[in-house]
Design a protein around this ligand. Structure first.
Ligand code: ASP
Length: 658
């Protein structure tokens, strides 16, 4: 039977190959010599050239650098394994940095005086025979041969696929992979199983705000993205896996901070059955010590074994629960791990504790609501809950919290008691019925931990923030690199989900304009100045702009409608032209009173953004003479300068034509 199935599979595979190779839509390289694109790209990697002296090779990659000297010219060709020098004639002068090329030529040994010890192929070079540009590159928006730290980060993230070409970032991503590979391999040997758990799930209350996703099939209901796989991993213990891990993505809608990735982050999520705190701590310590030795041999860990400090003690001694225990904090190669234990089970409930009960209770879990109380302190749950110690453990590295975990509650009554103490209503408790029910079917005592991969790497690579160790992070303002997310949903999408988006209400047009500029990531300059009431005074106080650049906004009454007209500060509004354009019978300047009544603003403070006042904006074509325009942004004492084309892009006004 197995044999028949295998034959059948082979036959199917054979047909697929035939289809692919004859179908021009799938030039997958199954036929050779049908032009570069589509043929198997027979290629030698740059690192292999050193073993191919005397042979003719074809290399493919990017023009890393171009050195032209007249008749003899050089390129450094870069691929994933490094760079090699290619020497040729004038024809190389047509290339540009970052062009993708295929280069054919003979590998020759360099003259010893020309050896380059800085590169792994420094003893050879390739004598160009032919080359082909596979894809030309325009000038990059920023250099990629520097460490990039001085380049505007928003720009780096917009072109992240170029930024990653930078050796520092390429190296960070490769080391990140080395770390996760190491962990997977290590834990597999220790009897762990990696299991994927759902992303579309129900809220996991770990103290942060949830991201929610609307359900189309059940309009009005929502999934939550997991703050961590906490409940699933505990259920996997009930399921008998005994040792689970996952390189897991977690989602928390927290405000972006330096050492917190807004939105999503990756953790090594782990759970063990029939365990205790000592075993979990030892496992992590041994694994990470080996990891540092194998992958970061230049680093050294001190002190060893890692100190275990009680929470009360560190707070008293260092004033923080994440002390930096390095002997020399200026030494980038020193790593100081420490365990923090003996946390109180509860802390005072605060406004930032999300979904911890009704918000009325006095107690919030220090770690999360599944952490077990110290067995000796169980009676205190009834008498003095604040005195109860929790079986929580935090991992600290060089002053950063790089992981946390605990021994879990596995008895239904204790879990229910903790729910009561944190103020859960009947209804809230019902949301966790699955956990309580699972605890009635034979549950092994269990516990776990979740070291943060991003944060661990940030410290190991001595990077100043998490974004440097993530391929496509969100910007500091919470937008995703390269693609513009979040973005608006179409009316159809919203209708399918039975959702309606309320327009945001702003306290003032000024606030509205600044919000527009920020959310659309438009460059602008803000002037704060004494209140001004005429275009002329405004120009004087702003200093560096001409009257013609001033965008003077006038409210007009066109028949029954109010409209907004924008003209350059030194021009008179051509009302006749506009009247003809609008085919209006009557077109007059609105009175001061009606302007105030209509817009809530005084004449002189009106911004050229009619959209923020509920008016259609018309623009005098003479305003387009300006690269940049400047205007009073809904306040007499605030002016904004921005590019004319950004103004048009944002406001989409009607441009008056003769
Ligand atoms: N779920 C916890 C967290 O993400 C870790 C743990 O308790 O294992 O912080």
């Amino acid at each position: 039977m197995a044999w028949v199935t295998a034959c059948f599979n082979i036959t199917i595979a054979y047909f697929i190959i035939i289809i692919l190779s004859v179908n021009p839509k799938f030039p997958l390289g199954l036929k050779r010599n049908c032009g570069r694109i589509g043929a198997y790209m027979e290629r030698t990697l740059t690192e292999a050239t050193v073993k191919q002296i005397g042979q003719t090779v074809t290399l493919m990659g990017w023009v890393n650098a171009l050195r032209t000297h007249g008749g003899v010219n050089f390129i450094d060709l870069r691929d994933r394994t490094g760079v090699v020098q290619v020497v040729g004639g004038r024809e190389l002068k047509t290339l540009h940095p970052e062009d993708v090329v295929a280069v054919t030529g003979e590998v020759v040994k360099r003259d010893p005086t020309a050896f380059n010890p800085k590169i792994n192929t420094g003893e050879v070079e390739v004598k160009l025979a032919t080359f082909e540009v596979l894809s030309p590159a325009q000038t990059l928006p920023f250099p990629i041969d520097t460490d990039g730290r001085d380049i505007d980060e928003d720009l780096r993230l917009k072109y992240r696929y170029l930024d990653i070409r930078r050796p520092r970032l390429t190296k960070n991503l490769r080391l990140r992979f080395a770390v996760t590979q190491f962990i997977r391999h290590y834990l597999a040997q220790e009897g762990f199983v990696e299991v994927e758990t759902p992303i579309l799930t129900k809220t996991t209350p770990e103290g942060a705000r949830d991201f929610i996703v609307p359900s189309r099939l059940q309009p009005g209901l929502f999934y939550a993205l997991p703050q961590s796989p906490q409940q699933y991993k505990q259920l996997l213990m009930v399921a008998g896996l005994e040792r689970y891990f996952q390189i897991a993505r977690c989602f928390r809608d927290e405000d972006p901070r330096k050492d917190r990735a807004y939105g999503e982050f990756t953790q090594l999520d782990m759970e063990l059955s029939f365990t205790d705190q000592a075993e979990i701590l030892q496992l992590i310590e041994t694994m990470f010590t080996q990891l540092v030795k194998d992958i970061f041999p230049a680093k050294h860990i001190s002190p060893q074994p890692w100190p275990k400090l009680s929470h009360g003690e560190v707070i008293q001694k260092y004033g923080t629960d994440k002390p930096d225990l390095r002997q020399d904090q200026s030494n980038p190669d020193e790593l100081a791990f420490a365990w923090i234990i003996d946390f109180p089970l509860f802390t005072e409930q605060s406004d930032t504790d999300y979904f911890h009960g009704s918000g009325q209770a006095k107690f919030a879990p220090s770690h999360h609501m599944f952490t077990a109380p110290h067995p000796d302190d169980i009676p205190l749950l009834d008498t003095d809950p604040t005195k109860v110690r929790g079986l929580q453990h935090d991992l600290v590295l060089n002053g950063f919290e790089v992981g946390g975990g605990s021994i879990r509650i596995h008895q239904r009554q204790i879990q229910e008691k903790v729910f009561d103490l944190i103020g859960f209503t009947q209804e809230q408790k019902a949301q966790f019925e699955h956990m309580l029910t699972a605890f009635t079917y034979g549950v092994p005592p269990h516990g776990g931990i979740a070291p943060g991969i991003d944060r661990l790497l940030m410290v190991l690579l001595a990077e100043p923030n998490l974004r440097e160790v993530i391929a496509f992070p969100t910007t500091a303002s919470g937008r995703t690199a390269v693609v513009e997310a979040p973005s608006a949903a179409t009316t159809d999408q919203l209708a399918e989900l039975n959702l309606e988006v309320k327009s945001r209400s702003y306290t003032s047009p000024y606030e509205h304009i600044l919000d527009l500029l920020k959310t659309h990531q438009i460059k602008y300059q803000l002037y704060e100045h004494e209140p001004v009431y005429t275009s002329e005074d405004a120009m004087k106080i702003r200093g560096d702009v001409s009257l013609h650049q001033g965008a003077k906004a006038l409210i007009l009454q066109a028949d029954k409608d109010f409209i907004l007209l924008v003209v350059p500060g030194d021009c008179r509004a051509d009302l006749d032209q506009l009247r003809t354009f609008l085919k209006a019978k009557r077109l007059v300047l609105a009175s001061k009173d009606s302007v105030l009544k209509k817009t809530g603003l005084a004449v002189g403070a009106i911004p050229p953004f009619g959209s923020t006042l509920g008016l259609i904006t018309y623009v005098d074509p003479r305003l387009a003479d300006n690269q940049a325009i400047v205007f009073n942004a809904g306040r007499h004492d605030r002016s904004v300068k921005l590019a004319y084309r950004d103004f048009i892009k944002l406001e989409k006004p009607v441009i008056i034509t003769a």
